[in-house]
Write a protein that binds this ligand. Structure first.
Ligand SMILES: [Zn+2]
Ligand SMILES: [Zn+2]
Length: 327
């Protein structure tokens, strides 16, 4: 099969012919219909995330059709459409797994990081971490739901039930979760890169009350802020925009160094927390909700061999909505 393979930071992904994967027990062999390009992939390619699988096929927002199943798989008949998310395996017995926090599992393995992902024509995935998806929808539109949507959903839940929500960094995750927040009758304030009129226009179109650069102040104090941009400097900025008791949720897997700030910004029972990975419960809840609302992803589609171009676009802030590879 054709695949885009990562060898080392600083090098482009290479288009290679590699052996078709074989499903082991509990695994599905899947023909990839679409695979989203996530900022996490960029962090892997840029070397921010350490020790990826050697000769890695990235990609963890996979939409595909089951070709066949390994032994022990229940459900998932051939032809079924499935989604494969970032969480690819958990141990099931550590304190986190037993405490409904499998997202923090000590032995977790992640799709497109510790194991091969979806920048390819085919992939394998453990069926216990796959989800049935809408059979009729366009595959490219579903792909971003599987990480940008899911992590966004977990971040929104951790942000609490406050009405006034600020979102810093208006890319793939933000444009999906803003739709959920608006559906929940919250007031959403979108903060983009300063001067990014395109992202601000999209935010307003999606129902955000207000959209401006991250160097601007919201017109009123926020109940909570979610930071999707990998920019540590936004933590004190967001803290200064939430009122007493407010929460700042850092939703990325990697962030530049957070600068020192006055204790006054945290005082008043303000909270800063991070979101790490997802649980299968998050996926079940979010995918059902996304279908009900419905959450619509804006996508920029690239062919499989266009993965490097898609990653560059993400790095430079030139992608509006979500980038998706369609092999
Ligand atoms: Zn575990
Ligand atoms: Zn991701």
């Amino acid at each position: 099969m054709r695949a885009m393979v990562f060898h080392r930071p600083g090098e482009k992904l290479a288009l290679e012919i590699v052996p078709d994967p074989e499903p082991a027990p509990n695994q599905l062999l899947i023909r990839v219909e679409a695979c989203g390009v996530c900022r996490t992939d960029l962090h892997i390619v840029d070397g921010d995330l350490k020790r990826p699988k050697p000769a890695l096929i990235p990609g963890h927002e996979i939409v595909g059709r089951v070709i066949r199943a390994g032994s022990g798989v229940i459900g998932f008949a051939p032809g079924t459409r499935v989604g494969v998310p970032w969480l690819g395996f958990t141990c099931g017995h550590c304190d986190y797994c037993r405490g409904q926090r499998e997202n923090l599992c000590d032995e977790a393995r992640f799709t497109g990081y510790n194991m091969d992902g979806g920048y390819a024509e085919f992939c394998i995935a453990d069926s216990r971490y796959c989800f049935p998806l809408d059979e009729a929808a366009a595959a490219a539109g579903l792909a971003p739901l599987l990480c940008a949507g899911l992590i966004g959903y977990r971040a929104l839940r951790l942000a609490g039930n406050g009405v006034r929500i600020g979102i810093y960094g208006f890319g793939a995750a933000a444009h999906l979760i803003a739709q959920v927040a608006v559906f929940e009758a919250r007031t959403v304030y979108a903060f983009t890169r300063p001067g990014d009129a395109k992202a601000q226009t999209m935010a307003r179109k999606l129902g955000c009350q207000w959209a401006s650069g991250s160097d601007d102040r919201p017109p009123e104090l926020l109940d909570a802020a979610i930071i999707f941009a990998p920019v540590g400097g936004l933590v004190p900025v967001a803290l200064s925009a939430v009122h007493k008791g407010g929460i700042v949720v850092c939703a990325g897997i990697h962030m530049s160094t957070i600068p020192a700030f006055e204790y006054d910004l945290l005082w008043g029972e303000r909270v800063v927390c991070s979101v790490a990975n997802l649980t299968r419960q998050d996926a079940t809840e979010f995918l059902a909700l996304a279908r009900t609302i419905p959450v619509v992803a804006q996508t920029t589609i690239f062919p499989l061999h266009g993965a490097n171009e898609a990653l560059d676009g993400l790095r430079n802030g030139n992608i509006t909505g979500a980038a998706v590879l369609v092999p």
